[in-house]
Design a protein around this ligand. Structure first.
Ligand SMILES: N[C@@H](CCC[C@H](N)C(=O)O)C(=O)O
Length: 280
């Protein structure tokens, strides 16, 4: 089975071209391929599927095998995959069907390859803040859905937080029966937003596209930042705009191919086909 490893701001996924059919047991495959010691190593698995409603379909599985409904960094890399591999010639209004609806992509090229991608992430849904007990403290969280569930916690000193303790406690808090992605957010003195993310099913990641959108939405609604700002994540920066005119979120950021390989699932034999930096 051929695969491509891609990343957006260090949020990395193994991509499978499933336009000709899906492999069996995707949750188990996601766990095996995501393993950073015995597998390829990734935050999860993304399948590029055929779609009757859009140019392509996307299914995303977290590193623990659970299926997510949407992935912001992942959908940008999917845009790069399908263009760079010649599966489409579209650079604007490229449509991708996800479990939370169809998303629209605009691709920006350099030297004929996709460098960055703008995604219309649709309209966010904000719920009233909730108070949650975790790790011996009370936290105020703003639930936001951007096609998948998030809880945004505003706090100072995000760099110093112990996410390994806080993340699992909030992800699995009884207030969120389906578990939740958690963003720890802090506005900076330049009008930007600093965010660390604990992802449902994958743990702390270097970035989360839907998480950046959820954090911007909650922060703009609270008057902490403007509706168009830079979100700083450990893996880099995303530009997010919450448009006044239609209430949609627009996210722009990079998409990178890391390497390509082949795996024989019977004997767990991995082979690198194209090395890092051989493809953009
Ligand atoms: N990393 C993604 C989100 C992936 C899915 C998420 N963990 C979930 O379970 O909802 C992003 O960039 O948005």
């Amino acid at each position: 089975m051929r695969f491509t490893k891609m990343q957006g701001l260090g949020n990395d996924y193994v991509y499978l071209n499933c336009t000709g059919g899906l492999p069996d047991n995707l949750p188990e495959l996601a766990v095996r391929l995501s393993d950073r010691h015995f597998g390829v190593g990734a935050d999860g698995l993304i399948c590029i599927c055929p779609s009757e409603r859009a140019d392509f379909g996307m299914r995303i599985f977290n590193a623990d095998g659970s299926e997510g409904a949407m992935c912001g960094n992942g959908i940008r890399c999917l845009g790069k995959y399908v263009y760079d591999k010649g599966l489409t010639r579209k650079t604007s209004l490229l449509t991708v069907e996800t479990a939370s609806g169809v998303r629209y992509l605009e691709l920006f090229l350099r030297d004929g390859l996709v460098q960055s991608v703008l995604v219309d992430m649709g309209r966010p849904e904000l719920s009233p803040p909730v108070k949650l007990m975790a790790a011996g403290r009370t936290w105020q969280a703003v639930p936001v859905s951007v096609g998948n569930p998030h809880a945004v916690v505003f706090c100072g000193g995000v760099d110093a937080l112990n996410l390994a303790e806080l993340g699992p406690a909030l992800e699995r808090h009884p207030a969120f029966p389906d578990r939740v992605n958690v963003e720890f957010a802090q506005s900076d003195d330049r009008g930007g937003l600093k965010v660390r993310v604990w992802e449902r099913g994958s743990g702390e990641t270097l970035a989360c596209g839907t998480g950046a959108c959820a954090a911007l939405t909650a922060a703009a609604r609270a008057g902490l930042v403007s509706r168009h700002t830079t979100v700083h994540l450990p893996g880099g920066e995303l530009e997010v705009r919450w448009a006044e005119e239609n209430g949609h979120l627009y996210m722009t950021g990079p998409a990178v191919t890391v390497f390509e390989g082949e795996i024989s699932l019977e004997n767990e034999n991995y082979r690198c086909v194209r090395e890092k930096n051989a493809v953009q």
